[in-house]
Ligand binder design. Structure first.
Ligand code: URA
Length: 197
């Protein structure tokens, strides 16, 4: 399908005995593509530290990305296009998944990634899913507006009955928004608390 660098999901090394947590990001970066695993670079370090502070053991959780391919320049826009651009470039968009942002749609050549994520989530059967940033928020819930929706509990469209807690992507915090770290921690604590609910 594509020759972009690839990093698969990370299945838990010791799956939680009780209700399970899944954590979903956007797409691998360079280090993730090199190691073949999600969130093993700088964003992963911040994620791991904050999960630990929230009382979550990453080794018990599924860690995944919406897209398993590293996009050029780490820009998720690579997977999307407006109707106009898609037409101009002779590419198909898959409108079944709804708009991403104000005018973009997932390109048909990449929309199988969402179905793949859905099958993986079905098999893992989490009780709660953390959406790290706007891409997983859209893929998991069909909604846009991470700044308005972070810290809330939203229904998962891929897995009915499962709660999604949207929060910041750790790379957003690393790109100069260190003041948001306590909010990121609070969101992860909220997700952890729902596991026991
Ligand atoms: N950013 C993501 O969204 N996923 C990763 O695995 C790494 C960085």
């Amino acid at each position: 399908m594509t020759d972009l660098p690839f990093a698969d999901y990370q299945q838990p090394s010791k799956p939680a005995a009780g209700p399970r947590l899944a954590i979903v990001g956007e797409a691998p970066g360079a280090e993730e593509a090199r190691q073949g695993k999600p969130f093993v670079g700088r964003s992963g370090q911040l994620l791991d530290e904050t999960l630990k502070a929230a009382g979550v053991d990453r080794a018990e959780s599924l860690v995944a990305n919406v897209f398993r391919y590293q996009p050029p320049g780490n820009k998720v826009a690579h997977f999307f296009a407006s109707r106009t651009r898609a037409k101009k470039e002779g590419r198909a968009i898959d409108e079944r998944w709804g708009p991403f942002g104000t005018s973009d749609w997932v390109l048909a050549e990449f929309s199988g990634e969402i179905e793949h994520l859905q099958r993986t989530l079905e098999a893992y059967a989490p009780r709660v899913i953390v959406a790290l940033g706007r891409t997983p928020l859209w893929a998991l819930t069909g909604q846009n507006g991470i700044m308005q929706l972070r810290g809330t509990v939203q229904p998962c469209r891929l897995l009915p009955g499962v709660d999604v807690v949207p929060t910041f992507h750790p790379s957003y915090i690393l790109r100069g928004q260190l003041a948001e770290q306590p909010t990121f921690l609070a969101d992860l604590k909220l997700a952890a608390s729902l596991l026991g609910a």
